[in-house]
Design a protein around this ligand. Sequence first.
Ligand code: KG4
Ligand code: ZN
Length: 334
Amino acid sequence: MLILGIESSCDDAAAAVIETVRPGEAVVRAGTVAGQNDIHAPYGGVVPELASRNHVIAILPVIERAMAIAGCGLGDLDAIAVTRGPGLVGSLLIGLMCAKGIAQATGMPMVGVNHIEGHLLAPLLEYRVDMPFLALVVSGGHTALFMVEDFGRYRRLGQTRDDAAGEAFDKVAKLMNLGYPGGKIIDQLAHRGNRKRVRIPRARVKGAPLDFSFSGVKTAVASFLKSEAAPATPPEDLAASFQEAVVDMLVGPTIAAARETGVDTIVLTGGVAANSRLRARLGEAAAAEGRRLIAPSIQYCTDNAAMIALAGSYRLMRGERDPLTIDAQANLPL
Ligand code: KG4
Ligand code: ZN
């Protein structure tokens, strides 16, 4: 089955064409992304109005390019999968309207996909992963632990009580005047830094060992920057110390959840899964207990449409389709 995936939940407009044989088994024929980092960089974060306006311009060329790379026309496609939430409603609407338009014009079946489900199933684009598995989803908008029991069966074990991990990276980068998006910049800077130079307290949520909280680390960095010690501290040391705190706070609950559930496989996914220190530390911690860590390559960790097509594929293969009346939902639950 040849499926067109469309994703526009935040500031990336993405399209992909995947070919599936069995649920969860797919070959990515093409994947394209039109990012907007340059547009939002001056503001130090995504400006929703600008994101949706630029999606209007980007979405059709992105879809056309994916289809050209895959060497297919509309008539070759069997179905469409599109993100319907969660995300910025103005952004979601652009991809969803586009998908509905194509479905209406061609009669092709269309399904709306939960963006988080896309991140949870992204590792299947590259690896054979037996279910159940434990997944840590860490992105600019989400930080949560899920048990992936089967296609369509996901159990949330823990989540952030305040900021997402990626949001903490982006806000700290902004405080340090490093640029946007901050995660990648801090990751690179931290390579040269002393992780023990600045004391950053690790937050724990009382009575909820599988939940996360990142607003405290951001505040700790803000107070440090106002302290007398700040001018003499190289930014790479502060970046490394902050990053180590975030990594500790992600690795702890993840390993606790793996012990509690007894799973063999831990999946690391979402934009922050691109972080080199997190990949290394979680990999070591998993291996120390005889568990396997699977982290998709960076292109499938960050927002992409291949994961959306894959997450829609098992329903499409069962012959399901959504009515063209489905709405974009900013807070769509999983
Ligand atoms: O999944 P994603 O592309 O979009 C959302 O759904 O949020 O994630 C983007 C987030 C941003 O906060 C960005 O700073 C973070 O992922 N990120 C990183 C790295 N690369 C991207 N955070 C830490 N280290 C990185 N190498
Ligand atoms: Zn995402």
